[in-house]
Structure formats: C-alpha cells, structure tokens
Write a protein that binds this ligand. Structure first.
Ligand code: NAP
Ligand code: GLV
Length: 309
C-alpha cells in the first residue's frame, strides 16, 4: 500500500518528512518517480497534471494538500467515483485570518491612501473612522470564513456573512442564497471572498457585484482567481466604484509579468500566500484518513462532489 504525492508547484519533501515522523512504516512515493503504480492507493495532490490520476488502477482515495479542491475537479479525466478529502486545519484558518486582518486594517486605517499621499509629499490626515461602524462582508462562512468572522468581531467590526445555507454565528448577521446577495453586498464596505470555486461562484466578483457595494468599497480576494472578472475589477477601480483591491489569487498563477494588476496603483497583490498548508500541522489528519480508508471506515473532511466543495 503506497501513498503517492502528486504535486507540480509544491515541494513534496516536507510532506514526506511530516508523514514519516508520524508513522515511519508508511510507504510514501513522489510522482513521477513511484515504483509500481499498482501499489498506490492514496494520492495526496496539488495541481496534479491532468489525466495522471487515471494511471493508478488501485487508487482508493484522493486528498487535496489544501482546503480547496477545484484543482482536482478541473481535471477532465478526474476519477469521479473516488472519495475526495480536503484539509480542515486550525493553523490554516489562523493564517488566513492574519492575512485578512492585515488587509482589513490596511484599508480601515487608510494606509492605501497614505501610501499615495507619501509619493506626493502630501501631509494630510484622513478623517477618523469608527470600527463599530465599519461593515466587513465575508462571502463564504465555512471553516475559514467563520473563523475570520469571529476574530474580526472581537476587534469590534460589524461583521456580516453570505453563504449557501443560513448560519447561526453569534454577532454575525447571516445572509443565505442568491436572493440575499444584494442586501448583503449593499452593506459591505470591505468585501472578503472566501468562497470555494464552483460553477455557481465562478465570476461572482463582477461589475454587477461591485455596483451593489457601497460606493468606494474595498475588495479582498483570497478565494480563487476565477471568482474575479479581471477587466471588471479594473473598470470598477478606474471609475472609483471600488477604492482598492487586495488580491492573493489569480486566474493564472504565477501572474504573467505583463498583467495590468501588477502596476495598478489601487491594487495590492501577493503570490497566493494568504494561507499555506503546514505539512506538520496537517499530517495527523492525513495519516488518520489513510488508516480510515484502509479499514473501510468513513473518512474525515470528505468533499461533496455534487456541491463541488
Ligand atoms: P468551506 O469550509 O467548504 O466553506 C465554503 C463556504 O462557501 C461555505 O460557507 C459555503 O456555504 C459557501 N458557499 C459555497 N458555495 C456557495 C454559493 N454558491 N453561494 C453562497 N455561498 C457558498 O471552505 P473553506 O475551508 O472555508 O475554504 C474556502 C476557500 O478558500 C477554499 O475553497 C479555497 O478556494 C480558498 N482558500 C484560499 C487560500 C489561499 O491561500 N488563498 C487558502 C485556503 C483556502 P454553506 O456553508 O452554506 O455550504
Ligand atoms: C490554498 O489555496 C488552499 O486551498 O488551501
């Protein structure tokens, strides 16, 4: 029985170390240098090459190396009959919160404006704002969204959330479904996208969405690049509909050198680093799922293939 690590833009070695530290008897191999493909029963994947999962006739489970699983379902030849599991990890949620908190504070304390003023040698104080009167809207109240919502609430922000189903999170007003999206957006002066990428959410950050936000709202996209219509963001920023955007994820990664986002003065961008899975932190759940798979028991953190997340 073999675990194969199949990834194209992650270093697999820290994962081997973390898994072996927990159970030295595990047979872990690294794509494309596995021994016999027939031995592989469990695949740990991040941006695997399309079609490659069909090469393992005895594969029984596919595990994402992160929270998102869109990179798996993007594969036209994905073996849909197999269970898919993903990472749910407190450290991942904490790390995402740290990034979101930084971006929120950047806009709340007007650092984007002061940065521009600095280049103009312009000494001008912006009017003070009240944290309690600043509404943060979080799209996606799952494992990551709920954690950040609670933490931002502790800071004193007014936090609202939008999800597919209604949530009950103390202090956070919950909006659910397409019919509630408009009311949710109309209040969010800082909009955070923490949705999974599905057929329903692809392109959700578009001009119509930006028009429904309060004038001069800010966007933080930590979901996926395909949530955003790039041209619509540029239009919204240039027209002043949006004040600024902090982007961590992109349609094409790495972002092409000639992409206009790099040089737009109202965009702050980072290289998909808001929350990177720590192999040491998640190794226990992977080993546990491997054992559950071997003993035919229900797996943890299993994805619903019909919902797509
Ligand atoms: P999750 O626990 O599955 O939560 C997803 C949330 O989105 C749920 O609240 C869900 O609603 C909501 N949702 C899904 N489809 C929706 C729709 N059509 N309309 C409204 N709400 C919808 O996922 P997670 O662990 O929080 O992760 C979220 C995403 O963050 C990942 O999929 C990944 O794309 C991204 N991420 C990015 C980074 C990074 O470094 N940039 C790191 C980790 C994760 P229900 O609860 O009602 O089902
Ligand atoms: C990172 O993007 C993840 O999905 O964990």
């Amino acid at each position: 029985m073999t675990i194969s690590i199949i990834c194209t833009n992650k270093d697999p070695l820290p994962w081997v170390t973390a898994l072996k530290e927990l159970d030295s008897s595990l047979d872990i191999q690294i794509w494309p240098n596995e021994g016999r493909k027939t031995d592989v029963e469990f695949a740990l994947c991040w941006n695997h090459p399309e079609g490659v999962l069909r090469e393992y006739p005895n594969l029984r489970c596919i595990c994402s190396m992160g929270a998102g699983i869109d990179h798996l379902f993007n594969d036209a030849f994905f073996p849909k009959e197999l269970p898919v599991i993903r990472i749910v990890d407190p450290l991942l949620a904490q790390s995402m919160f740290e990034y979101i908190c930084t971006a929120v504070m950047y806009y709340f304390r007007d650092l984007d404006i002061y940065k521009i003023q600095q280049y103009q040698s312009n000494w001008k104080q912006q009017p003070p704002k009240s944290i309690a009167h600043t509404t943060i809207g979080i799209m996606g109240l799952g494992n990551l969204g709920k954690f950040s919502a609670n933490k931002l609430l502790d800071f004193g922000f007014n936090v609202i959330g939008w999800s597919r189903t209604q949530k009950s999170i103390n202090g956070v007003k919950s909006y659910a479904g397409d019919e509630a999206l408009g009311e949710f957006l109309s209040q969010a002066s800082i909009l955070i996208c923490l949705l999974p990428l599905t057929n329903e959410t692809r392109g959700i950050l578009n001009l119509e969405t930006f028009n429904r936000l309060p004038l001069g709202a800010c966007l933080v996209n930590v979901g996926r690049g395909e949530h955003l219509i790039d041209e619509d963001l540029i239009t919204a920023l240039n027209k002043g509909l949006l004040r600024g955007a902090c982007l961590d994820v992109f349609r094409e990664e790495p972002l092409a050198a000639q992409h206009p986002f790099w040089r737009h003065n109202k965009i702050l961008l980072t290289p998909h680093c808001s929350s990177i899975t720590d192999p040491m932190s998640v190794a226990p759940q992977i080993v546990e799922n491997y054992r559950l798979m071997k003993s035919g028991q229900p797996l943890m953190n299993q994805v619903n293939p019909l919902r797509g997340y």
